[in-house]
Design a binder for this molecule. Structure first.
Ligand code: ACO
Length: 328
């Protein structure tokens, strides 16, 4: 069977308008702008207001991606939402997005792979198009982390932000996606976890009182060291699989969890700073949304152009990690 070449037809993103600075956080937890900036590279993040939710941001990003692709909503065959902050446990956020878009012809489901969700989503979405099963697949990374954060826990609340990014995948004349490498190690699942609200620990008065329905990070430092090691490794694996070398990469778009992680991985991988896309200072860690939002910004400001060789690399809860090499 001949496999279909697959490319990105359009990109879009959506960010809440409300900006929360480090100075704002100084007023609610025992932290400082200086600590947050020097340890993470984050200066501010976007946070949704009122009842705005993950599917709202996802639908807005999706509409922008479909418009950028010059396609119609009716053409979408599948909507895939990568998220760890879904509107509800059941049904999927993707079904809410389908309804908001009016995408009557689309199947819809969510994918949970922590901050690697968008990278996993690209692999899944690409496989549907490559096999010929579907022609137009929306892959969305969308998070409203702010509603899952414990705003009394300085270890976590300063790190994250809300946002969504989307790509519309479809058939291409030339090969767009060249290689995927996905990994997981469930033995480290408790490092980053939302302990209560699932079947393991159903929500109760006690779990709420113990704040176990919020995101917990057990050892930030362990995740830090892990991330630095695997980011370089997995990009190299994906390049090897594509038969390319790192000097050919025009841009690396890493998951934006911590500027020091990005910098350490960049140096280990020996890439010049201008070939790595970084926006963590303005948005914090938007989990599955961070890579597609960075891609959309770099496309909009003209830095990334058609024909460029791109690497996407992520790591996150699970633990999961993965990389994609593609010609944009
Ligand atoms: N303000 C001030 N002090 C703080 C804050 C804060 N916001 N947060 C933690 N601290 C304190 C701690 O209490 C601790 O104090 P202690 O030494 O008195 O106990 C100290 O700072 C911790 O210092 P370090 O461990 O040296 O901090 P480090 O340089 O490792 O930075 C950080 C911590 C930012 C969490 C870093 O380890 C990191 O970014 N790790 C990766 C985390 C990550 O990426 N998580 C998301 C994964 S993606 C996903 O799937 C959700």
């Amino acid at each position: 069977m001949k496999l279909q070449n697959v490319g990105i037809l359009g990109v879009g993103s959506a960010l809440p308008t409300k900006i929360v600075t480090n100075f704002d956080l100084e007023k609610i937890v025992n932290t400082s702008d200086e600590w947050i900036r020097t340890r993470t590279g984050i200066s501010e993040r976007r946070i949704v207001a009122g009842s705005q939710t993950t599917s709202d941001l996802a639908a807005e990003a999706a509409r922008a991606a479909v418009e950028a692709a010059g396609c119609t909503i009716a053409e979408i065959d599948l909507i895939l939402v990568a998220t760890i902050s879904p509107d509800t446990i059941m049904p999927s956020t993707a079904c809410f997005v389908q309804e908001k878009l009016g995408a009557k012809n689309a199947a819809a489901f969510d994918l949970s792979a922590g901050c690697t969700g968008f990278v996993y989503g690209l692999a899944v979405g690409c496989s549907f198009v490559r096999s010929g099963m579907y022609k137009r697949v929306l892959v969305i990374g969308a998070e409203v982390m702010s509603k899952f954060l414990d705003w009394t826990d300085r270890n976590t609340c300063v790190l994250f932000g809300d946002g969504a990014g989307a790509v519309l995948l479809g058939p291409a004349e030339e090969p767009g996606f060249l290689s995927f490498k996905l990994h997981a190690d469930g033995s480290m699942g408790d490092l980053l976890i939302t302990p209560a609200g699932g079947a393991r620990l159903p929500a109760s008065k006690e779990t709420v009182a113990a704040r176990q329905h919020y995101i917990k990070m057990v050892s930030g430092n362990e995740t830090f060291k892990f991330a630095v090691r695997v980011m370089g490794e997995v990009v190299q694996q994906a390049l090897d699989e594509a038969g390319l070398v790192k000097e050919e990469l025009d841009f690396l778009i890493p998951h934006q969890a911590n500027l020091r992680i990005i910098e350490a991985a960049r140096k280990r991988f020996n890439l010049p700073p201008d070939r790595v896309v970084v926006n963590i200072n303005r948005y914090g860690n938007m989990s599955a949304a961070s890579i597609p939002v960075a891609l959309d910004e770099a496309v909009k400001n003209g830095r990334i152009k058609r024909g460029h060789l791109l690497g996407f690399v992520g790591f996150g809860a699970g633990l999961t990690w993965g990389a994609v090499i593609m010609r944009y």
